[in-house]
Design a protein around this ligand. Sequence first.
Ligand code: LLP
Length: 430
Amino acid sequence: MTFQNMPGQPHIAYRGNELFSEEIRLSDLAKEHGTPLFVYSKGAMLSALGAYERGFSGRNVQICYAMKANPALGVIQVFAEAGCGFDIVSGGDMDRVLAAGGHADKIIFSGVGKTRAEMRRALAAGIGCFNVESEAELEVLSDVALSMGLRAPVSIRVNPNVDPQTHPYISTGLKGSKFGVAHERVLPTYQRAAQLAGVRVVGIDCHIGSQITQDGPYLDAVDRMLDLVEAIEAVGVPLHHIDFGGGLGINYNGDTPPPADLLWGKLLAKLDARGFGQRQLMIEPGRSLVGNAGVCLTEVLYLKPGAQKNFCIIDAAMNDLPRPAMYQAFHQIMPLKPRADAPDTYDVVGPVCESGDWIGHERDLAVQPGDLLAVLSAGAYCMSMASNYNSRGRAAEILVEGSQVHLIRQRETIADQMHGESLVGRKRAG
Ligand code: LLP
């Protein structure tokens, strides 16, 4: 019996000739719930969170799970029960957190385009902090809060102009990015915030990008942030907390991001050296808490030999797993029951009518129609970006906890998809 851990995926392992997540044989789940099927390991999420907690032990920190990575209620619940706060980017995100048992005062609200209605609802709920992303937003937020007789707790999101050395679509802290307030405008923005009757300055915030695999960009950002904190406090605006955002990468394909505890050890040493070690800290990790806790199970529908390429056509597609099409991202693809046959090289593609609908290029696989595959590292930014393109229902989601299986989202039906639609002038059939 072999028991081989997948790189970066501590909860996934072959036992004998079968792939397991925690104590659950994945092929059993596929048989019972169908495919495509997302399976998340609660143990893997908690162990990823544990690395952050170890790194921050003895410090004053609030970990706010960036729920855009995976907003399933059952996933939010895991982090809420573990004491996390949440980084949200819409009113809908807030509703999900509250529905899953999260506390409003541990919510921070990021995003460049908050509407007045979202601000009103978040103020009424009593969220912990608005991460304000522009001077214009600051004025509107102050007006909205005043109209409710409240003061909005704010932190200004700084664009520190640091290159996170990741895919351009997920770099957010560079000068040309739409995110945050430009470094040189930060001080005047805080001075303005201090004058506004509808806001109360509570902190400062930055987020430089996602899937960051080196510590250098973080160390640069910390220095730039601390310089700003000193400058802002020197003009008489005290900052209660410093929020360093999220962005730590995961191992998709031999990537070697620093483990969260080691990274934070280094960053905290820098904070200590500059006298900020006991300050209230916030962080907003998403991918590094859930990415490698999830897999997407899929069935091989057809093998299609071609003149130039062989295609392995699976029942998951870009609507379920959008990252390869959007960012040329790599996800490992493993058989649930490996065959002893010699592998062939395939492009693994889905049924969607787009040439961009690929999940893996040039993969060596020994497969036959009907075989089941697992697409790894599918816990973050897969279901959260899934769509109904080609009228495909979104997949079901399972949370595994030891030998227990919890169905946390049912497969979306066509009735779910057509809900709210109507024909003009007559009733719909069926
Ligand atoms: N905080 C803010 C303000 C963010 O914009 C993000 C992610 C996070 C925290 C969490 O970052 P993480 O720890 O997950 O890297 N869809 C892309 C990733 C987009 C990230 C957007 N912002 C992907 O699939 O790679």
